[in-house]
Write a protein that binds this ligand. Structure first.
Ligand code: DC
Length: 232
């Protein structure tokens, strides 16, 4: 890390928002940037996933907004930043691997369409991040959670490339790969077209298209932007 970039030499503790669709590389970039800056990385999607798991376990319909809100209010959803991403605790239990499974992934996209659920999540996410020194990733961080964030990145990539990345990540092929691609497309569509806070770039977000960029190239761009904000 060069001196110019060093967060230690800056009194400012930035709020950095990274939004974008699934498979664009948000998680990797957010956690690597946070590590470099000595910031906390918060994956807001893990909170929707934890609520989705609660709904599955309590037999609550993904379409029942009132019941989902009540469930959220009585759940303890905690994100614990670690070197390799967030550990997610639900009522004190580590549910990190479980919430990445297919049924929860699909359910998370469905429970996140409800305005009351979103309002509850947004309030929690603001509490977690308001002190700054965070990189928060999700779908609505720059538009709704922190509309005054110091830096907003919208990380996008061609859908075919995002699907390929996901498959490589999960080392899968054949029929399972076809299912994953179909799931991702459906989730994408739902995230972008829902009425409440659809996935979109904030007006003042820097849009980075990672279709033809590797991880190091994206990280370099994001680091340069953070350095500008730290030492204007
Ligand atoms: O980022 P992720 O794949 O873990 O997110 C899971 C789901 O949660 C995703 O389908 C959309 C939703 N989500 C959201 O609506 N708003 C966020 N800030 C983060 C995630």
């Amino acid at each position: 890390m060069n001196d110019q970039f060093s967060a230690e030499h800056s009194p400012r503790k930035l709020i950095i928002a990274i939004d974008g669709p699934a498979g664009a590389g948000k998680s990797t970039i957010a956690s690597r940037l946070a590590r470099k800056l000595g910031y906390i990385n918060l994956e807001s999607g893990a909170m929707y996933r934890a609520l989705a798991l609660q709904a599955i376990e309590n037999d609550v319909s993904f379409d029942d907004e009132t019941a989902l809100l009540a469930l959220a209010q009585k759940s303890r959803i905690q994100l614990e930043p670690t070197r390799d991403g967030n550990r997610t605790l639900l009522n004190g239990h580590d549910v990190s691997p479980r919430i990445r499974e297919r049924d929860v992934t699909e359910a998370a996209s469905r429970v996140s369409v409800h305005p009351a659920v979103r309002a509850w999540m947004v309030a929690r996410q603001r509490e977690m991040g308001e002190g700054g020194g965070i990189v928060m990733e999700g779908r609505d961080i720059g538009t709704k959670v922190f509309p005054d964030a110091d830096l907003k990145i919208f990380l996008d990539a061609d859908p075919v490339v995002r699907e390929q990345r996901r498959m490589e990540q999960h080392k899968i092929k054949g029929e399972v790969a076809a299912n994953l691609a179909a799931d991702l497309r459906e989730r994408d569509h739902r995230d972008r077209t829902r009425a409440a806070s659809p996935l979109m770039a904030a007006e003042d977000a820097v849009v980075i298209d990672s279709t033809a960029l590797d991880e190091a190239e994206v990280l370099a761009k994001v680091e340069a932007l953070a350095a500008e904000r730290l030492h204007p």
